[in-house]
Ligand binder design. Structure first.
Ligand SMILES: Nc1ncnc2c1ncn2[C@@H]1O[C@H](COP(=O)(O)OP(=O)(O)O)[C@@H](O)[C@H]1O
Ligand SMILES: [Mg+2]
Length: 361
């Protein structure tokens, strides 16, 4: 036991040694510790969980208990919902209701899909590579914290370098500045991330990363049209969104929810990318609509946006994704398809004029 009587400040200092599981940062610098008070022989620690979740990961609970033990106090974790804070209470950490300001970033482009497995991450990584290859300063943020695929698809598992304070540098790969939860995970990391934690972590990815000056920041959104997407769409001013779908997309209701979500946050849908649109047999030339047809057009109609491109099933796409060398970087029709898509979208974003700047959000 230490001899000094513990104070809320000293407890807070102690908590700065508690790493969020699987993340190289501590819970204080992540803005998760809303308040510390001492009641009898207990240190009462209010963790900031914006969604009001009470199921704090048990691993965090025992790490806090271990850290506090030498002070002679027992830890009691409580949930601090932002709305429950008295007005004027000192705020530690980020304010989740304000969009993050990215003054050096000209346009933030979201790549979204109503469901997983349609090739959203494939499109996001290839598009980012095609933007970079065309000379645009490009960033890529993998917001799919449950299934980060950027490290494999871009072919790097480098750790982001610290940039002083809580800040860190993105990882440069294929001319693209990349950030993914995959860069921060280790083999023992929990795969279960609570919703409010996810929102906080993504906010750090946006706000604490040294993106520098970018023409375009591509965000690989989490799949689905639910809270996770909405939260992220509210965290940053999006210049536009691209919706990825497969030809057999029949769940128009899900697509419409996504469209309504982007409308709600006033983000224009710049177009639809139809992926896995048929397979051309390399030996006999026969075309097979493996995944049906018409989905891209139906989604485009529903979204009131153009169908930008139909990309075929090609084993080279999966192989190049697995090899970390996106197909957009190679010659051939698929590479050309992605480069054309990048040109079209760069044009749309420029057409939006000076308004694409997201400074002073
Ligand atoms: N056009 C395509 N041809 C062949 N394989 C593809 C194509 N698009 C995506 N894939 C593969 O399909 C799988 C799922 O794609 P992914 O981009 O991870 O989907 P999502 O991000 O929507 O879950 C990956 O293995 C990827 O390499
Ligand atoms: Mg994905």
């Amino acid at each position: 036991m230490t001899t000094d009587k513990p104070t809320p400040e000293s407890i807070r200092g102690t908590l700065a040694a508690v790493r969020y599981p699987g993340f190289p940062r501590d819970i204080v610098s992540l803005g998760m510790v809303a308040d510390v008070s001492i009641e009898g022989d207990h240190a009462v620690i209010a963790l900031r969980l914006p969604g009001g979740r009470t199921d704090v990961p048990p691993v965090l609970e025992s790490a806090v208990a271990d850290a506090i033990a030498p002070t002679g106090l027992r830890a009691r974790l409580v949930v601090a919902a932002p709305a429950a804070e008295p007005p004027g209470a000192p705020r530690s950490g980020p304010t989740p209701d304000q969009p993050v300001s990215l003054p050096g970033v000209r346009a933030v482009l979201a790549v979204s899909s109503a469901k997983g497995g349609v090739g959203k991450s494939t499109v996001a990584t290839n598009l980012a590579c095609a933007f970079a290859a065309s000379g645009l300063r490009t960033g890529l943020l993998d917001a799919d914290v449950h299934g980060p695929s950027l490290p494999i698809m871009m072919g790097t598992d480098a750790r982001p370098l610290a940039a002083g304070g809580n800040r860190f540098h993105p990882v440069d790969r294929h001319g693209v500045r990349c950030i993914s939860m995959g860069f921060f995970l280790d083999e023992t990391s929990p795969v279960i991330w609570r919703g409010p934690m996810v929102a906080g972590l993504l906010r750090q990815f946006l706000a604490d990363c040294e993106w520098g000056d970018l023409d375009v920041l591509v965000i690989d959104l989490p799949p689905g049209t639910g809270d996770a997407q909405l939260t992220l769409a509210q965290q940053v001013r999006l210049a536009g969104a691209v919706v990825v779908t497969t030809p057999q997309e029949v769940a128009l209701r899900d697509v419409m929810r996504g469209v309504a979500m982007f409308r709600q946050v006033q983000v224009p849908i710049l177009g639809v990318v139809e992926n896995m649109a048929g397979f051309d047999c390399p030996s006999c030339g026969h075309h097979d609509d493996v995944f049906g047809r018409g989905g891209g057009e139906a989604v485009a109609r529903a979204a009131g946006a153009p169908l930008l491109v139909s990309l075929p099933v090609d084993p080279a796409v999966r192989r190049s994704g697995d090899d970390g060398f996106p197909v957009a970087l190679s010659d051939g029709p698929l590479g050309e398809g992605y480069r054309r898509l990048a040109r079209t979208l760069a044009g749309s974003l420029r057409l939006a004029g000076g308004d694409v700047r997201v400074a002073d959000a």
